[in-house]
Write a protein that binds this ligand. Structure first.
Ligand SMILES: *Cc1c(COP(=O)(O)O)cnc(C)c1O
Length: 391
């Protein structure tokens, strides 16, 4: 292979896109009266709720805190089992542990890489309390099948939609469908507030619990107080946290939200460029797609057909990094992580997810990429795959 890399500079797999308008939005807050829990929080929450078509939204300091809040609101506590996917970031399962629950990993569908409803059924017990489907890479999970299981067994459904802001399932936006849905505003996600997260819901009871949970379990609502000492009086009624987003972050999030549809358009355009370029390339499987469930294309994950290649996934990964392409792997099955191993989860638990993990590589995909960047990735992938393809 020639010495000179495809690119001179390193291209990350994901990155934010901040413009002058975003900067001005933040500066306005800094000049104003409230830095936190001011007017931008409600504006941002209303705008996200309206965008996804939900009645309520509650913002949080980050997506993980938001998932913790949702597990609290769902009533998950000691001894409860919650079914989720192993093919996700640790936070999807950690939020269950925060509440004293037990994460139960169900295997994935080999085509979509999302939770397989048949595998969920196999993991149901009398202790199952909730299901946390993860929309892997932005590709919506099978929500109808999951809702049917949840209804039959009276389970709460909390969607981990960290990858799926702007995705649609059978014509409805993700965030409008299940009991609660979490979105993240980490800089690699669709829009950013630096750190940040939100839960959308159509249920007033969940909404009120989430509000109270993110602020120490404290309420000042006179209708909820058990006593009233006067206008200064508030009550802490359960153990909550300080999980609030700042107005600085909310203003950034609100400004970014205006660009969300344009960001998604660019993501879609670039993934089409990848699809077309890699169509004829043997030895790799391209991401699943389905017109009924529109992905918002957070990640572009290719699967290597290792039997057709002379190198390992690590060889190919390293070669792409040498080309200055910021490839990544999403994800290491959650229960492989040492902490989960210490809890006693056996390897072999979800064989399809484990096999997938051995074969995947995430290519760069983010709206601030240029077409030149996309062409660089295409050129590097073709070069490396052709180098390792068996004759
Ligand atoms: C990013 C992410 C989270 C957590 O979001 P943070 O805002 O970083 O806390 C949870 N689940 C998945 C699948 C994610 O990608």
């Amino acid at each position: 292979m020639e010495q000179k890399p495809t690119r001179d500079s390193f291209l990350p797999y994901g990155r934010q896109w901040i413009d002058e308008e975003d900067i001005q939005a933040v500066v306005e807050v800094l000049k104003g009266e409230y830095l936190t829990t001011g007017p931008y929080i409600t504006r941002f929450e209303k705008a996200v709720a309206s965008y996804v078509g939900a009645t309520y939204a509650v913002s949080f300091a980050n997506g993980t805190a938001a998932l913790h809040g949702a597990c609290f609101a769902a009533g998950i506590s000691d001894g409860d089992e919650v079914i989720t996917s192993p093919m996700t970031f640790a936070a999807s399962a950690n939020c269950i542990l925060y509440q004293g629950g037990t994460p139960v990993f169900a295997d994935i569908d080999e085509e979509t890489y999302n939770l397989d409803p048949a595998e969920i059924e196999k993991k149901l017990t009398s202790k199952t309390k909730a299901i946390i489907p993860v929309h892997f890479t932005g590709q919506p999970a099978p929500l109808d099948e999951i809702a049917a299981i949840a209804k039959k067994h009276q389970l709460v459904v909390i969607e981990d939609a960290a990858h799926a802001l702007g995705a649609t399932y059978k014509g409805n936006k993700i965030g409008s469908i299940s009991d609660m849905t979490m979105f993240s505003f980490h800089p690699v996600k669709h829009i950013t507030s630096g750190e940040g997260g939100i839960i959308t819901t159509n249920d007033k009871d969940y909404y009120e619990k989430l509000l109270q949970f993110r602020s120490h379990g404290i309420t000042r609502d006179v209708n909820k107080l058990t006593e009233n000492h006067g206008p200064w009086y508030y009550e802490m009624q359960f153990l909550g946290y300080n999980y609030r987003l700042t107005d600085i972050q909310a203003a950034l999030g609100l400004s970014q939200l205006k660009k969300l549809d344009a960001f998604i358009e660019r993501r879609k355009k670039y993934r089409t460029m990848y699809d077309e370029a890699f169509q004829g390339l043997q030895a790799i499987t391209l991401p699943f797609q389905d017109s009924n469930r529109c992905s918002s294309w957070h990640l572009y994950v290719i699967r290597l057909q290792l039997d057709q290649l002379s190198g390992t996934r690590e060889d190919i990964f390293n070669r792409l990094r040498q080309e200055n392409i910021g490839v990544n792997v999403h994800y290491i099955p959650v229960y492989y992580l040492p902490y989960y191993q210490s809890l006693g989860y056996p390897k072999g638990l979800c064989p399809k997810a484990e096999k997938l993990y051995e074969e995947i590589i995430t290519l760069p995909l983010f709206p601030a990429m240029t077409e030149k960047d996309v062409h660089d990735v295409i050129q590097a992938v073709k070069k490396v795959i052709c180098h390792y393809r068996k004759a």
